[in-house]
Design a protein around this ligand. Structure first.
Ligand SMILES: Cc1cc2nc3c(=O)[nH]c(=O)nc-3n(C[C@H](O)[C@H](O)[C@H](O)COP(=O)(O)O)c2cc1C
Length: 437
């Protein structure tokens, strides 16, 4: 049996996903603040026939990060809109927060991107982990995990009503009768929930994909339940092929239970890659990145990605046992840190935090293109992945190497497309297009 075509998403991160990347890449460090950097990556990913590029979003930056990492958290939809003008086929996926946006407003922005890109938009639905975002938005408190996910479900339902407020054929453009759009094909959202009330049609006709592709990356039970209900592309951060296969089958079972088809959900685990022409060269590149890594950054980052403010903690003392007192359920990152500190209750935070991965993925592949192609095939054959969210440890080097040397190997094995066969992100992912009369 021929394996179904793999799907790849290129995670764009300034200078690369490894925290030391900016210290080793050749390019001017300020390049990551300009459009040519993003355009170059998107064009390379498109040359590799990848399904999409992905831009994450973090709504508040703990100040410790400015010391250690390039800070380039632009508004993803603005950057993706600019990329729509310099690419023609690749999907454009960006993060949008359900906790710090309004459904009508965010639905409009993603639908705008879908129009401007002729059907290439995707929305990574996140609830935002960091409580620092509350202050940035003038909110008195950051809602807890359960509350954030309860709002998120309603938020997506409301956004869908906004996208579906124009029938597919509502735009008639009848010059003779003087009718631009058929008012009878409008459907007012009429959404009234516990958290949101949304009235008012989308202020332009339905976008080319009907709805942007819905993406989700939550790892907790609430996150997976949200993904099962809505997501058409799922990012995960598993630690092994076994964990990834278990995650995918758990997700599939929940997708089926809510009456959806698992084939309409592409699971693309996050995978950091370091490539070299030989294994020794790849290992040397990875070693050099690790050598430059800062233990100070690591403990602060472990706290930050668990939703805590590192400035409030002493790294030379253990994590206080009551850290999450009063919260109904900490996030899955918080669980990792909590488990690590319970296993070593007397160890200082600085040490415990080294055991927790702070980033989106937990697997760091290091090796040659041949080895990476074999790794990808193994995960696909084990039912662990429909493809990957590729995070080059440095950029653009790893992405270029992936496109030039890994893609041809997968194509030769019949595991990957040799051309784009459609023009929208839904086409690339073989997703149905939702229709509205
Ligand atoms: C590949 C990947 C990308 C992610 N991108 C973002 C992002 O851009 N913004 C964000 O706030 N969280 C992001 N997350 C975090 C998730 O949204 C989620 O909060 C996290 O995986 C913890 O899961 P939980 O919310 O179910 O506890 C990402 C996670 C992964 C695995």
């Amino acid at each position: 049996m021929i394996a179904p075509s793999l799907h790849f998403n290129a995670f764009i991160w300034p200078a690369g996903y490894h925290e030391s990347a900016w210290r080793v890449v050749d390019d001017d460090i300020r390049d990551v603040l300009g459009l040519p950097y993003y355009a170059g990556i998107a064009r390379t990913a498109e040359r590799g026939l990848m399904d999409a590029v992905f831009l994450a979003d973090n709504l508040a930056i703990a100040e410790y990060r400015t010391t250690h990492l390039p800070q380039t958290q632009f508004d993803p939809i603005s950057v993706l809109s600019a990329l729509a003008a310099v690419t023609t086929r690749i999907g454009l996926v960006g993060t949008g927060s359900t906790t710090y946006s309004k459904p009508w407003e965010l639905a409009r922005r993603f639908a705008t991107l879908d129009h401007l890109s002729a059907g290439r938009a995707g929305w990574n639905i996140v609830t935002t982990v960091t409580p620092l975002a509350a202050a940035a938005f003038g909110e008195p408190a950051h809602p807890d995990h359960a509350d954030r996910y309860a709002r998120a479900g309603e938020f997506v339902d409301a956004a869908i009503r906004v996208w579906d407020s124009w029938g597919d054929d509502a735009l008639v453009g009848d010059r003779e009768r003087g009718v631009w759009a058929d008012r009878g094909k409008l459907h007012t959202p009429g959404f009234h929930g516990k958290y949101y009330d949304v009235e008012g049609i989308q202020p332009f006709p339905r976008s080319p994909q009907g709805r942007p592709v819905l993406v989700q990356a939550g790892q907790s039970p609430a996150g997976i339940a949200l993904a099962a209900r809505y997501a058409e592309m799922v990012f995960s951060g598993p630690s092994s092929v076994q964990a990834a296969a278990a995650f995918r089958s758990k997700l599939h079972a929940q997708v089926t239970a809510v009456g959806r088809n698992p084939r309409q959900v592409a699971v693309l685990p996050a995978l950091m890659v370091t490539l070299g022409g030989t294994e020794a060269e790849a290992r040397e590149r990875a070693r050099h990145l690790e050598e430059l890594a800062s233990p100070d950054f690591r403990w602060q980052n472990a706290l930050y990605t668990a939703g805590l403010d590192p400035d409030a903690f002493d790294p030379d003392a253990p994590l206080p046992p009551d850290t999450w007192a009063g919260q109904t359920a900490p996030s899955s990152r918080a669980e990792q840190l909590y488990a690590a500190s319970r296993a070593q209750p007397d160890a200082p935070l600085r040490e415990v935090a080294q055991l927790v991965t702070g980033g989106a993925g937990q697997v760091h592949f290091t090796g040659t293109p041949e080895q990476l192609a074999a790794f990808i095939a193994e995960w696909q054959d084990a039912g662990a992945a429909d493809g990957f969210t590729i995070m080059g440890s440095t950029l653009p080097y790893e992405l270029t190497a992936f496109v030039d040397h890994v893609v041809p190997l997968l194509q030769r094995q019949g595991r990957y497309r040799t051309e784009y066969t459609g023009s929208t992100l839904r086409d690339h992912l073989n997703l149905d297009k939702p229709t509205v009369d």
